[in-house]
Design a protein around this ligand. Structure first.
Ligand code: GDP
Ligand code: GDP
Length: 437
């Protein structure tokens, strides 16, 4: 189960400052990631050996003041639905405000843990102000005074926060079974695909706006191999206003996405790759998931021998550097290639767990580096000495060299491409880091 922490609160209390502090330590690692655009409101954090995701919900709320009340309701409700823990941030300089009370009202209905975080407790005086917020009658037994700008108090908060996350390593009957999620815009054909694949009317199709249910994990077999499909088809279908869509898409997809190994992004052939699809893909990349694109309703496209290629090239263009994402064309209606699609998902799963022996890496990649060494920087020559794949859950390759700080991102892309040519990482984000040696 994914650990998701949502930061909620009225504007200007310091949510994004706190958010940036929480994800701070990871930044350096993520900067080495090739070909990924970073989302300012969503990131990963780690404390006491536990990993969690953080969402700055405020980052998504835009608009004039009178919009806030409505926004608050929506924001808080989504946060409650999707998060495992909620950080409710208030401001010791301003003290208790009406808007805080509004937030508290909305939060009171949840059974999920709520932490009252009194920010801007920069000194003892301000810290005493934190007591004022007990009036809200919310949260765990205590209020956490913190200063996001200096960092004080955040350690104590995190110590308590991580106690809410389950311990790793408890026996999980699904351990080692590939978890595959099917995500995509409403009406792309997710339920139809599942029904075609599973052969019975298993996902309840609800067209009603506002119907919610949790994603369902179900275990299946294909050619004797177990896998788990996460079915999001029944999840609330329509965002009420246009501006909701990005926030909605992110929140709704997050948990499903985090709980899966491979994400199938389903796209409607008659519409092509849309910006929401691209958002989903970048979210999946950020989460180090295996990814594939499944173009459905292929039966509706008039085809000649070049159509598929043209489609692929067009999508490739939109994917930019992420050309390693495989694309398959299916029809849930005629059942064309539906089993091949699942086989592809399993292959992506295998690729994601591929461990390349150090000897092989050096045998294949060092000669490529010799042919095209990193360009000298400020008159200094960069020498890469050897390469090894780290024992991480997702493929990460460490390149040991004399001057890691001088290697620029075009060269990282060059290395990534050579790795992909020599070893099969189709559908899998890979990371490259440089270490001094
Ligand atoms: P958000 O709208 O809730 O995301 O708030 P921001 O993170 O943008 O912060 C709003 C303002 O409060 C900014 O000017 C921050 O510099 C300031 N701020 C944030 N944390 C602290 C803090 O711990 N102490 C003080 N004094 N100011 C802070
Ligand atoms: P969901 O919202 O993603 O679960 O989409 P549905 O499975 O409910 O499908 C939406 C609509 O698209 C329904 O009318 C389906 O009959 C239709 N549909 C789904 N797959 C296909 C397909 O492969 N070809 C055609 N022509 N229509 C499809």
């Amino acid at each position: 189960m994914a650990n998701i922490v949502a930061i909620v609160g009225r504007p200007n209390v310091g949510k994004s400052t706190l958010f940036n502090r929480l994800i701070e330590e990871r930044k350096a690692i993520e900067d080495n990631l090739s070909g990924v655009t970073r989302d300012r409101h969503y990131g990963h954090a780690q404390w006491g050996g536990k990993f969690f995701s953080v969402i700055d919900t405020g980052g998504y709320v835009t608009g004039s003041d009178d919009l806030y009340e409505k926004e608050i309701r929506k924001q808080v409700r989504l946060a409650i639905d999707e998060a495992s823990v909620i950080l409710f941030v208030v401001d010791c300089i301003d003290g208790l405000t009406d808007l805080d009370t509004e937030f508290a009202k909305e939060l009171r209905s949840t059974e999920k843990p709520v932490f009252m975080v009194a920010n801007k407790a920069d000194n003892l005086d301000k810290m005493l102000m934190a007591n004022e917020f007990y009036a809200l009658g919310l949260g765990e037994d205590t209020i956490f005074p913190i200063s996001s700008s200096s960092g004080s108090g955040i350690g104590d908060l995190l110590d308590e926060l991580i106690k809410k996350f389950p311990d790793e390593g408890e026996e999980d009957p699904d351990e080692g079974v590939p978890k595959i999620a099917i995500l995509g815009r409403p009406n792309v054909g997710k339920s139809s695909f599942l029904n075609a694949l599973i052969g019975k009317e298993r996902s309840i199709v609800t067209d009603e706006a506002g119907t919610t249910r949790d994603a369902v994990h179900t275990r299946y077999q294909l050619y004797g191999k177990d896998y788990i499909l996460t079915d999001t088809a029944g999840i609330r279908k329509k965002a009420k206003v246009k501006e909701d869509i990005e926030f909605y898409a992110v929140m709704r997809s997050l948990r499903t996405l985090e709980d899966s190994d491979v994400v199938i992004v389903m796209v409607d052939a008659t519409r092509g790759l849309e910006s929401q699809d691209v958002n989903l893909i970048s979210l999946a990349i950020k989460n180090n998931k295996g990814i594939m694109i499944m173009v459905n309703k292929w039966d509706l496209i008039e085809k000649d021998h070049k159509t598929m290629l043209t489609f692929k090239e067009d999508m490739s263009q939109k994917l930019g550097e992420n050309k390693w994402i495989p694309i398959i064309f299916i029809s849930a209606l005629t059942r064309q290639r539906i089993y091949q699609a699942m086989e592809l998902a399993m292959k992506v799963y295998d690729n994601k767990h591929r461990k390349v022996p150090t000897s092989k890496l050096n045998e294949f990649i060092l000669p490529e580096i010799e042919k095209y060494p990193p360009p000298a920087n400020k008159g200094k020559y960069i020498k890469i000495k050897y390469i090894t794949q780290l024992p991480t859950k997702n493929p990460v390759f460490a390149f040991f060299c004399n001057l890691p700080q001088y290697i620029k991102s075009p060269y990282t892309r060059f290395l990534e491409n050579r790795l992909r040519e020599n070893f099969d990482f189709e559908g899998v984000p890979i990371k490259i880091t440089y270490k001094k040696k």
